[in-house]
Design a protein around this ligand. Structure first.
Ligand SMILES: Nc1ncnc2c1ncn2[C@@H]1O[C@H](COP(=O)(O)OP(=O)(O)OP(=O)(O)O)[C@@H](O)[C@H]1O
Ligand SMILES: [Mg+2]
Ligand SMILES: [Zn+2]
Length: 456
């Protein structure tokens, strides 16, 4: 069969194809077009669909609960929405060395033990390298098969031969199809190979994990367009210098995206943290200016967190506001309310706010703690942060607004040994029963909260 070659230019950011090179893509990015060759004898796209498929009345389609596999890792199960759905395709991305292969290898071994054959395809490392890691983290099973291969057709051949209960592609960027002449990792290759894998997963009902890496700035062809093709998109992140690893989902066709999974990287693999709050409270400084403990609600769990703020004199006419873990707009709003309602002048201060542990808390329950942390840094007030936790949303009028799940947060703080919890009065009124060791400090406005802080 003769293959006619066609040259196209593909944006490596968004996958847009153009017959001509251009400096800027329609997605707004500059210098992202790369020349790719596609063979002209590409099959008609429609022909690849099974000709027996036809439209079906909705009531004739079988539904029911998706059957799910236990990955052997509770935190991973939770983020996936209660286990791995058969026939689902999941993309897990993360910076180099964060632990993607380790996590999935651990799951692979556990699934192999319970559900039969698992195929781990590696395009980056040799079988020996994977074996060495598997030995180190004790991820060994008779049913776990390793294949060092990057050719999609050969991979599909073995998938059909082995019929695995779970398939891993590490990584999707290394795959290539002989139909295309562009290099592995280019948008066309990644898209075509992923397409074929997705189709295989759906027709054979095999759950598939694609591992993908991204650079520091989150760039790399592939993952972007891949996000549309897969059912679930996970991101594995964290500070590489710290041992924490946080698994989040950005898209999930089978569950919520608000759950997080927390792990610690140890010599023998990733260890789950079921007591989340404890892990974040471990490094807490007992009496520090500008440090306040707060609580957020992540998915189905309350999570205690430490907010740190630093207010320092600024260069004249240029006050910086920088935050890690909370939205900058939110921070500016909190600062504005703090200035207006308490008379505190922050115009000559640089303000830095950090949520310790690399977490971005959901919701607004951390507002009041952020405000009090800034106030405490400005005024040099030391807070017994191992004994007091602060929750509540701040309204533009300076009043404190109720937050969802306050009672669960209170219980969590109590469980972790906090003696007092400051919260909006509107929340405290609804809390029935008393807790033995923990007192509620109910406050209605930001000014009341500051007075309570000064009395502590
Ligand atoms: N002996 C060891 N003890 C403790 N941690 C280790 C050990 N060996 C490796 N690690 C950890 O494992 C990490 C690498 O894990 P892994 O290879 O799973 O990451 P990855 O995300 O798949 O990386 P890549 O992008 O290179 O494929 C290292 O960064 C290190 O933190
Ligand atoms: Mg890897
Ligand atoms: Zn583009």
């Amino acid at each position: 069969m003769s293959k006619k070659q066609k040259t196209i230019f593909v944006c490596q950011e968004c996958g847009y194809e153009s017959p001509k090179w251009a400096g800027q893509c329609i997605c707004g990015q500059w210098n992202t077009f790369a020349e790719e060759k596609v063979s002209g004898s590409e099959p008609n796209k429609l022909a690849v669909y099974d000709s027996r498929t036809k439209p079906m009345p909705i009531h004739e389609i079988k539904s029911g609960i998706h059957s799910r596999l236990d990955t052997g890792i509770n935190e991973l199960n939770r983020v996936l929405g209660g286990g791995l759905v058969k026939g689902s395709v999941t993309l897990i991305s993360g910076e180099p060395g964060i632990g993607k292969s380790t996590l999935i290898l651990q799951a692979a071994a556990a699934i192999a033990e319970k559900n039969g054959k698992v195929l781990y395809v590696t395009g980056e490392e040799s079988e020996e390298q994977i074996k060495i890691r598997a030995d180190r983290i004790h991820a060994i099973s008779d049913e776990l098969f390793l294949l060092s291969e990057t050719n999609i057709d050969r991979i599909l051949h073995f998938v059909r031969e082995i019929e695995p209960a779970f398939l891993i592609i590490d990584s999707i960027q290394t795959l290539f199809s002989e139909n295309l002449t562009s290099a592995p990792g280019t948008v066309s290759q990644v898209r075509d190979c992923a397409n074929e894998m997705v189709r295989e997963a759906k027709t054979k009902n095999i759950p598939v994990f694609f591992i993908a890496h991204v650079t520091k700035s989150g760039e790399l062809a592939g993952p972007r367009i891949l996000e549309h093709m897969v059912d679930t998109v996970l991101n594995f992140g964290g500070e590489r210098s710290q041992e924490f690893r946080i698994l989040r989902s950005h898209k999930n066709r089978y569950g919520t995206t608000s759950e997080i999974g927390v792990f610690e990287m140890k010599e023998n693999g990733l260890v789950e943290f079921d007591n989340l709050s404890k892990s974040f409270m471990d490094g807490l400084e007992k009496e520090a200016e500008g440090a306040i403990v707060t609580c957020s609600y992540e998915g189905t769990r309350p999570l205690l967190l430490e907010v740190q703020a630093l207010a320092v004199p600024a260069n004249i006419g240029f006050a910086r506001r920088a935050s890690i873990g909370i939205d900058n707009g939110r921070l500016n709003m909190i600062i504005a309310v703090l200035e207006k309602k308490t008379g505190l002048s922050l115009i000559n201060n640089d303000i830095y706010v950090n949520i310790v542990g690399g977490i971005k808390p959901e919701g607004t329950s951390t507002d009041l703690a952020v405000a009090l942390a800034i106030y405490s840094s400005c005024k040099g007030i030391k807070v017994a942060s191992d004994r007091v936790a602060v929750i509540g949303e701040i309204g533009l009028t300076g009043e404190l607004r109720p937050i969802p799940n306050a009672e669960k947060m209170l219980k969590e703080a109590s469980k972790m040994g906090f003696e007092r919890v400051m919260m909006p009065e509107k929340n405290s009124k609804k809390i029935s029963g008393k807790l033995q060791n923990t007192k509620i400090i109910a406050v209605d406005t930001i000014n009341e909260a500051i007075k309570a802080l000064e009395r502590m």
